[in-house]
Design a protein around this ligand. Structure first.
Ligand SMILES: [Fe+2]
Ligand SMILES: [Fe+2]
Length: 178
């Protein structure tokens, strides 16, 4: 089944969205790396940037497999300065919510076109979005509770990669009724 023009445009727009997300998280990691004592959070955003890049290349491979041409876009200028950690995670959450909206829309398009192969492909992304939104909200909640408590912030930073994995596993388990 050939990709419709509309589908190809949707997939290529998503290539750009993932590329912009990857670039934003890289800029976030660069800012974090200059802050004292935030090694864990820095690692988190470097890893997040890498993952978004993988999301992008996954779309590119998929487009090629469906005999379309992937287009590599110019990137948007990322935000490079932050007032505090809360702002960092708020941007992460807002960005992921926007990405989810966009993916939801494409899932609707795939269903409308009766392209169930593509529908299945998109579903993986919906799960991924749920994981990332859950991670962002959990971390924002924790930061609200931490406030100005430096000892708690120290633990937050030390623990963030474990929390990341745990939220991802819990989300998958919920979706698979495990
Ligand atoms: Fe992504
Ligand atoms: Fe993401």
């Amino acid at each position: 089944m050939e990709l419709s023009q509309k589908s190809l445009e949707a997939l290529n727009l998503q290539v750009k969205i993932e590329a912009d997300a990857s670039h934003q998280y890289l800029a976030t990691a660069a800012w974090l790396e200059n802050q004292p004592g935030l090694d864990g959070v820095t690692e988190f955003f470097y890893k997040q940037s890498q993952e978004e890049r993988e999301h992008m290349t996954r779309f590119m491979h998929y487009i090629a497999m469906r005999k379309g041409k992937a287009i590599i876009p110019a990137l948007a200028q990322p935000k490079t300065e932050f007032a505090n950690l809360k702002e960092v995670f708020q941007l992460f959450l807002n960005n992921e919510q926007e990405v989810t909206k966009s993916i939801n829309q494409w899932v609707g398009l795939a269903l409308n076109e009766g392209d169930y192969i593509k529908f299945q492909f998109w579903q993986w992304y919906l799960k991924e979005q749920l994981e990332e939104e859950n991670q962002a909200s959990k971390m924002l909640n924790e930061l609200s509770m931490i406030g100005d408590n430096r000892a708690a912030l120290y633990s937050f930073d030390k623990d963030i990669m474990n929390v990341r994995e745990k939220v991802a596993e819990d989300t998958s388990a919920e979706l698979n009724h495990k």
